[in-house]
Every structure is written in structure tokens, then in C-alpha cells.
Design a protein around this ligand. Structure first.
Ligand code: USQ
Length: 381
């Protein structure tokens, strides 16, 4: 298949591009390099030193003989996007190219407007370019489990059967997102659902949970292929942050009681989920939703798991309960269905002590790169 991976320089996109290339697909990366600029804006860095995209792709070619093309530009520039799609005529368009941090989107008005404009307009441009040039192309869009929020009933995969006043219908599952970023994904979902219905596009919305880990079999092949790893209070995410905090002797920063339950998956499963979606395209006119995660944990459970593993390898890990910088439920019901990817063949990499230890050991090698002042959260809702 010819596959464009938009956002292919990022944390999820880079390992996905490599994995799809290894499977024999003809992969092109489209990326504006903005993720690296946000590091400069925030004074933060990736824990792992990452090579330039050109070096990464060159190294992949030298090791595997496989070529990945690079298109550097922004989805918000329609002429650029249109030209890339015209040249590639892709079978699938994998769309990771969004601003994905909830705290970043909540810094101030400018960052909220940027996040929603960047994400919503970028996706609209993808819709219009695909509709015009490759209407059969399968759009595989990264959504988020956070679109659903934390309702007091089970979360279904995209749709909910409703009985109301004696009548029944299957309707989009209600959305109650918790940040301007998560809202942008909800807006994308609506636009994509509309495009599938009106123009017959093929769309899969992958409502992904929180991704942990950093390496896949492919990124481990050479230091130049290594993945980025974020730990700062804006782009770092729960489990990865706790592991890095343990490695540098920082208290594990649980926000509030830590009773917040979220869904999680290993980066190794992210890449496989994308492949599964690509191998089983949505039908024409179908807006298909998969809940993309493997396990659910509370934030405090995760901190305790990290504390235990870190103590076993000799670190004095301690948990601190910080005043929660976010407005979110800390004591709530949470159960989300996630059977569609499993039915299509996903075999989960679960969060065992061995997995935690392996990630921790990789982190320890780079722990001197941590900018400690960037660990505590400084964005409040
Ligand atoms: N949290 C802590 N301590 C920390 C960091 C986070 O207690 O040091 C808590 C937060 O309060 C929240 C939970 O952990 O309750 C998750 O926060 P997060 O920063 O790990 O993840 P989140 O903001 O939800 O966003 C991340 C990705 C986003 C993706 C989302 C999936 O950045 O791109 O969409 O996970 S989901 O959470 O399912 O919406």
C-alpha cells in the first residue's frame, strides 16, 4: 500500500512510519517539524537525543534498504497538502499531525486558538484533498479516548444504542472532553463523520488512550532511529513521566488523589493498531470508530507500580499528591469497550513489571539530559 504518515516525526508517528515501512508498505512522511519547535518554545527537550528527520530516514535506508520519502510542510497549507496527495496518490492517509498536549492547549487564548485552528483546519484540508484527488483513500485519524470524558456508564466504541420515548436509534456516543485540545479532536470527529456520510469517504477514527514506552523493534535498531520521549509538565504523559521522575530522584507527581482512571497502551501496540486499521479499510461512506487501548489504570495505581519497580532496582521512589492543576473527576466510574481491534488481530503488550523495568533501564541511560525545572506542571485549567 502507498501510505502517507502525517506527523511522522513525532512520538507515535515515527515508530509507525518505520513499522509500516518494514511491513513492505511504500511510506511517505509529511511533517512540519513543529513538534521540535515546541521544545524550543517551552525550553524543554526529549529525554532521548533524536536525530534530524533526514538522518533518521537515511539511517533506516542504510539498515533496511527501504526508502521513506519526506515531505516537509504543514497540513494547514492546502496547496502544499494537495500537491503531496497528487504526487503520492495514497491508499491510506494516517493522520497524527496535530497539537496533542492538553496542557499546551490550556496555556492561554492564543494556544487554545492555535490548537483548534491547527488541528481542525488541518483535518478539514485532509478531507478536502482526499475528496478531490483520492476519494477511495482510507483516512486513518488519531482521535483520543478523552473525547468521551468519564461518563457514569460504559463507554462504547463510537456509537451508543439509545431508547427514547419508545423509539430506538444508534447515535454517536456523547462527548465530554476535558481540554481545548481534547475538544479539537471532537470537532475533527464530527467533521470526518460528516465527510464520510456526505461524500462517501472511508474513515477510521482511532480513539487512542495514553501511550507509554518509547522503543519499538524498529527504533531500537540504531541510536539514530530512537524515538523521542517527553517528561515535561506540558508534553510528558502520566506513566512515562513517573518513570523518568523515579530515575532522577524526583517525587512521582500524582495530581490530586490520583483516582483518575484512564486507558493506556504500549507504543508497540500503537504501531500494530495502525497496521490493522490500514489492512482492514473502512467501507465507502463509513465513519468507523475503534477504541485504541489495552488496559485501564488509575493514575495512583500507575505511580505505585512505578514506585515498586523503581525501588526493586535501587531507587528511592516516593509519591507526592500535588494540588490538581486540571479540572477533572478524581473519583469516578470508568469502563470502556475495546474489542474491535482485538477482533481484527491485536495481541496486547500488557504493562508487566518486566515492561516497566525495561523502559526504566532505557531512561536511566539518558537521565542526565533531564531539565529538572521542567518536571512540575505550570499550566492550570
Ligand atoms: N497526571 C498526573 N500526574 C502527572 C501527569 C498527569 O496525575 O504528572 C494525570 C492527569 O491529571 C490526568 C492523567 O494523569 O488525569 C492523564 O494525563 P496525561 O498528561 O498523561 O494525558 P492527557 O492529558 O490525557 O493526554 C495524553 C496525550 C493526548 C492523548 C491522551 C489520551 O497527551 O495526546 O489524546 O493522553 S486520553 O487521556 O485517553 O485522552
Amino acid at each position: 500500500m502507498k501510505i502517507i504518515v502525517a506527523g511522522g516525526d513525532g512520538f507515535c508517528g515515527w515508530p509507525t512510519a518505520l513499522y509500516l515501512s518494514k511491513q513492505g508498505h511504500d511510506v511517505s512522511i509529511l511533517d512540519s517539524m513543529i513538534r521540535r519547535k515546541w521544545d524550543l518554545e517551552l525550553g524543554a527537550n526529549s529525554l532521548t537525543p533524536i536525530a534530524s528527520l533526514e538522518e533518521r530516514v537515511q539511517c533506516w535506508h542504510e539498515i533496511t534498504g527501504r526508502k521513506i520519502k519526506i515531505y516537509q510542510g504543514d497540513l494547514n497549507h492546502f496547496d502544499f497538502l494537495r500537491e503531496v496527495i497528487r504526487q503520492e496518490l495514497p491508499d491510506a492517509f494516517v493522520h497524527f499531525a496535530e497539537q496533542r498536549s492538553a496542557p499546551y492547549s490550556m496555556i492561554d487564548r492564543e494556544h487554545a486558538v492555535f490548537t483548534q485552528t491547527n488541528n481542525v483546519v488541518g483535518t478539514l484540508n485532509v478531507i478536502y484533498a482526499v475528496k478531490e484527488l483520492v476519494p477511495d483513500c482510507h483516512i486513518i485519524k488519531l482521535g483520543t479516548m478523552g473525547e468521551y470524558g468519564q461518563p457514569n456508564i460504559d463507554i462504547e466504541e463510537g456509537y451508543l444504542k439509545i431508547s427514547h420515548n419508545g423509539r430506538e436509534d444508534i447515535l454517536p456516543y456523547p462527548k465530554q472532553p476535558g481540554s481545548m485540545y481534547h475538544l479539537s479532536k471532537v470537532h475533527d470527529s464530527h467533521n470526518l463523520m460528516f465527510a464520510a456520510k456526505i461524500w462517501g469517504l472511508r474513515v477510521t477514527d482511532l480513539n487512542q488512550g495514553i501511550v507509554y514506552g518509547l522503543e519499538t523493534d524498529e527504533t531500537k535498531l540504531d541510536p539514530k532511529l530512537t524515538n523521542r520521549l517527553d517528561y515535561d509538565g506540558v508534553f510528558g504523559t502520566a506513566l512515562n513521566r513517573f518513570l523518568i521522575q523515579a530515575a532522577v530522584g524526583h517525587e512521582l507527581t500524582v495530581y490530586g488523589s490520583g483516582g483518575q482512571i484512564r486507558s493506556f497502551l504500549n507504543i508497540k501496540d500503537t504501531v500494530r493498531c495502525i497496521e490493522i486499521a490500514a489492512n482492514h479499510p473502512a467501507d465507502k461512506g463509513e465513519f468507523r470508530v475503534f477504541n485504541q487501548f489495552t488496559e485501564e489504570f488509575s493514575v495512583l495505581d500507575l505511580a505505585n507500580k512505578v514506585k515498586q519497580v523503581a525501588q526493586e532496582v535501587g531507587f528511592d521512589a516516593r509519591i507526592v499528591h500535588l494540588e490538581n492543576p486540571r479540572i477533572e473527576k478524581e473519583d469516578h466510574y470508568y469502563h470502556a469497550v475495546h474489542t474491535k481491534l482485538v477482533d481484527l488481530g491485536l495481541e496486547s503488550n500488557l504493562l508487566t513489571k518486566d515492561v516497566l523495568r525495561e523502559i526504566l533501564m532505557t531512561i536511566i541511560e539518558q537521565k542526565n539530559r533531564v531539565i529538572k525545572e521542567k518536571i512540575l506542571p505550570d499550566v492550570k485549567w
